[in-house]
Structures are given as structure tokens and as C-alpha cells.
Design a protein around this ligand. Structure first.
Ligand SMILES: *[C@@H]1O[C@H](CO)[C@@H](O)[C@H](O)[C@H]1NC(C)=O
Ligand SMILES: *[C@@H]1O[C@H](CO)[C@@H](O)[C@H](O)[C@H]1NC(C)=O
Ligand SMILES: *[C@@H]1O[C@H](CO)[C@@H](O)[C@H](O)[C@H]1NC(C)=O
Length: 265
């Protein structure tokens, strides 16, 4: 694809993203429940599998479809607090989206660990007994403290041409809207598509070593990120590879109606 085509694609992608946003950066009022085991979350729709339990200290959440966004909301981080000031702290806790839950009663179904982390000292048991809590939440940038954006080659991969990658430790407050892949040193890029959740694939993968370029939402716009060397020539199924970069962009949205709301502590 030429630069011009890429720019057209970029604007199309960004238009489609902004028309489906749920004003992430607004302060939202809702309810949250919890799963009694985190296994139901780690087998979640985002496809993180057992790796999920290593994300955000197992502070995982299944979110409503408007947050899950057909998978592009996977890996997004939220600050959530319960509104009962006797039981819960004002800071609340942070969760990462690993699953979708279509229940319209709660915006999040959290891991018990995350749910209890909203409680004041000594109140976790009472909060659990309550089961469903009134909460407010706001999207925040994910911070993986020293980890880079990382890919894992999924088991569905079939060498030589079908390649499925799971994206892990995506920092910032953005969405990946497009991914291209090429052999290192080649300018013959092939696009990948979101298969589901955090998994992207292509049936036209070139031979390794492989580089990636991503379009992420950033500011009111988008930007390219270029990972110059991700998969080695001898990449393996199940292999986990450091992209050598991290995303710290924050995507803005036109959310006029919430501009006055703040997360006051
Ligand atoms: C949604 O969450 C509720 C808990 O509030 C749980 O009982 C239900 O099984 C979940 N549904 C799905 C599809 O995960
Ligand atoms: C949830 O959906 C059901 C069925 O569509 C509806 O009857 C109910 O009022 C909804 N509840 C909320 C809180 O929106
Ligand atoms: C992240 O990438 C940078 C640049 O390639 C590298 O120097 C660093 O070691 C990586 N960090 C981790 C934790 O792998």
C-alpha cells in the first residue's frame, strides 16, 4: 500500500473508532459485581487465557459491550470506586478489561480480588457480602511498569502463512486500530485483522524476521508506531516476543457532556 492509501485508511479507521466510542474519559456512574472465581475471567472473550491472571495483579473485569467494543476495548484500564464511603476508599482500584459481560445491570463484573480492593481496611468482607456495589469509574492509561508491548504467537498459527498474534501489556489509553506486518528490511506490508479480542491474524504472513507497524488512537487523531524487529527468523508457536516499544499515548474524544466532571479525591 502506498502512503496515500495508508492515510485514507487511517482516517477511515479513526472515523469508525470515534463513531463507536462511549466517551471513555467521562466519569460514569453504574454498578459492579464480582465473579467468585477468576477462572471465568481468564477464559474471557479477549483471549488472554491464563496469562490474564498476571495482568494488573489479577484485577480483571468483564465489561459491558460499549466498553468491550467488539474486542478493541480489551486491555483497557479503568479506575473504579464504590460510592459507599463507609465501606470503600475514595481511590478505589484499577482493573483491566479481559472479558465481556452482556448483563445490563452492571458495567463491570470484576475479579473478587479487584472488587475487594475497593474496600476500606477491614471492610472487604462486607463489600463482598453486598455482592453488587454502586460504583463510579473513569478510563485511565495502563501502566505496565517497565514492560514493553509484547506479542505471543497463538496456537492457531499454521506455518508458513497463517499467523495469529496476541497483544499483551498495551500501555497508554489508546486503541490499536490497524496492524501491518512485513519481513524486516522489506517494504512489502501485509495487513492483519482483529480476529477477536486481543488476537490479530493474517493468512499472508511473510517469513521471519518480522516487523510490525501499528496505528493507535492518540490525541484527537491517530499515529503510526513502528516496531522494527519483533519476531525473529525462527519464531515459534507459543513464543512471546518483546516489541521493543511501549505505547503511552492518550486518546481524546469529543465528549462535551462530561467535560465538567472530575475524579475528585
Ligand atoms: C455476567 O455476569 C454475571 C454476574 O453478574 C454472571 O452470573 C454471568 O454468568 C455473566 N455472563 C456471562 C455471559 O459471562
Ligand atoms: C435490562 O434489560 C432488560 C431486558 O431487556 C430490561 O427489562 C431491564 O429493564 C434492563 N435493565 C436496566 C437496568 O437497564
Ligand atoms: C523495551 O524496549 C527497549 C527498547 O528496545 C529495551 O531497551 C528494553 O530492554 C525493553 N524493556 C523490557 C522490559 O524488555
Amino acid at each position: 500500500m502506498g502512503l496515500f492509501n495508508n492515510l485514507c485508511l487511517l482516517s477511515l479507521l479513526l472515523i469508525s473508532v470515534s463513531s463507536t466510542n462511549a466517551c471513555d474519559r467521562c466519569l460514569h456512574q453504574s454498578k459492579a459485581a464480582f465473579f467468585s472465581t477468576s477462572s471465568s475471567l481468564s477464559s474471557g472473550a479477549c483471549g488472554y487465557g491464563s496469562l490474564a491472571t498476571r495482568l494488573y495483579g489479577s484485577h480483571l473485569a468483564a465489561a459491558i459491550p460499549s466498553i468491550y467494543k467488539s474486542g478493541s476495548g480489551c486491555g483497557a484500564c479503568y479506575q473504579v470506586r464504590c460510592k459507599d464511603s463507609k465501606m470503600c476508599s475514595k481511590a478505589g482500584t484499577q482493573v483491566i478489561v479481559t472479558d465481556v459481560n452482556k448483563s445490563n445491570e452492571t458495567d463491570f463484573v470484576m475479579s473478587a480480588r479487584a472488587f475487594m480492593a475497593m474496600a476500606n481496611k477491614g471492610m472487604a468482607h462486607d463489600l463482598l457480602k453486598l455482592g453488587v456495589a454502586d460504583v463510579e469509574y473513569i478510563r485511565i492509561p495502563c501502566d505496565y511498569k517497565g514492560k514493553n508491548l509484547t506479542v505471543r504467537v497463538e496456537e492457531s498459527t499454521k506455518k508458513p502463512n497463517y499467523l495469529a498474534l496476541k497483544f499483551l501489556y498495551q500501555g497508554g489509553q489508546t486503541e490499536i486500530v490497524a496492524i501491518d506486518i512485513a519481513q524486516v528490511g522489506s517494504s512489502s506490508w501485509t495487513y492483519m485483522t482483529r480476529n477477536y479480542g486481543a488476537i490479530w491474524d493474517t493468512s499472508r504472513a511473510p517469513a521471519g524476521p518480522l516487523q510490525l507497524r501499528l496505528v493507535v488512537t492518540s490525541g484527537y487523531d491517530g499515529k503510526w508506531i513502528w516496531a522494527k524487529s519483533v519476531l525473529p527468523a525462527d519464531w515459534t508457536i507459543g513464543g512471546v516476543y518483546d516489541s521493543g516499544l511501549q505505547i503511552d499515548d492518550i486518546a481524546q474524544e469529543g465528549c462535551g457532556e462530561c467535560d465538567e466532571q472530575n475524579w475528585n479525591i
